[in-house]
Write a protein that binds this ligand. Structure first.
Ligand SMILES: [Cu+2]
Length: 311
């Protein structure tokens, strides 16, 4: 059962690799030690550098496209590249997906069972929470050296994953460290499967940096772990619709259009137990929610509303 869970949790990685035609990275690019690394989406892509130093890194993710996106950093096991993914992962993945589309879930499970053991060694290492069109998210995470694949598995209006449309990007993280320190954070938030989202400080108006502690991590019913997304709610926002949308396994979940009256402002993505990530948001007066991309977030304490006032 555990292997099946791990395999299913990795479906998204398969999508990642499906359309990426790049060969393993050549480390010819000059390493950039600037404080902040830009990642830009204009349509269905991640535009950023191929090589970055390890250690703490701050990214500025700019969404110029008409759909919501996020970024998940997938750390690949030693010695594995996207070439191995093509060789070992594509055949069982393609077969499994065909069976899922035909509604043959049991046969699909058997197909995924043919995936190699190393597939379960991929580590979800964090990244950006959801951001709506014309928004940006500044986030910070600590990266060990290795090969990462950045992906977004939000779905287009026709139900196709963004990853299969090109939202995948290999990044090589070098042995050389950035020597950066994590940012100062005034807002402390913790998330766990036991206590849900716990806000430990009063959230105030203005530019605020959140420190997000992943007290634990589990595989939820949608085969992925919990994360933290910040969204602004207008008067017409329907929280039930938002909750349903946060589950990609729903036919209309994580699928364009995003729920009305909800503007995603970033956050931090799935990360291992015990890890910490940061993100910065500019909060103007209004109603907000911190929510995780899991089924039934409110039942898990993973939907927390708060209000920013003028003062
Ligand atoms: Cu996307």
């Amino acid at each position: 059962m555990k292997l099946k869970t791990i395999i299913l949790s990795s479906i998204i990685i398969c999508f990642s690799c499906k359309t990426d035609k790049k060969q393993p990275i050549e480390n010819t690019e000059e390493v950039n030690k600037d404080e902040t690394i830009e990642i830009i989406t204009n349509a269905m892509e991640f535009i950023t550098q191929d090589t970055i130093p390890s250690g703490w890194q701050t990214f500025r993710y700019i969404n110029n496209s008409p759909e919501a996106h996020f970024i998940l950093f997938d750390k690949y096991p030693e010695g594995k590249t996207i070439a191995d993914t093509r060789k070992d992962i594509f055949p069982p993945f393609d077969k499994g997906m065909e069976l899922i589309i035909e509604g043959k879930m049991e046969e699909a499970m058997n197909a995924f069972g043919e995936l190699p053991e190393w597939f379960s060694e991929i580590v979800f290492t964090g990244g950006s929470g959801l951001i709506s069109p014309n928004q940006l998210n500044t986030f910070t995470l600590k990266l060990d050296p290795g090969l990462y694949i950045l992906e977004c598995y939000v779905k287009m209006a026709n139900g196709q994953f963004h990853s299969s449309m090109g939202m995948v990007k290999e990044i090589h993280v070098t042995e050389e460290s950035s020597d950066h320190q994590p940012p100062e954070a005034m807002m402390n938030v913790a998330i766990s499967s036991v206590n849900g989202i716990v806000i430990n400080d009063t959230i105030r108006k203005g530019e605020q940096t959140f420190k997000v502690l992943y007290e634990d991590q589990i595989v939820h019913e949608n085969f992925v772990g919990h994360d933290l997304n910040l969204a602004r709610l207008e008067d017409d926002a329907d929280l039930n619709a938002l909750e349903a949308w946060m589950n990609w396994a729903n036919p209309t979940g994580l699928r364009t259009p995003a729920p009305a009256g909800v503007t995603f402002l970033g956050g931090t993505n799935d990360a291992p137990a015990g890890s910490v990530q940061y993100f910065t948001a500019n909060l103007t007066p209004g109603n907000y929610v911190l929510i995780s991309e899991v089924p039934d977030p409110s039942k898990k304490g993973m939907l927390k509303r708060f209000r920013i006032t003028e003062k």
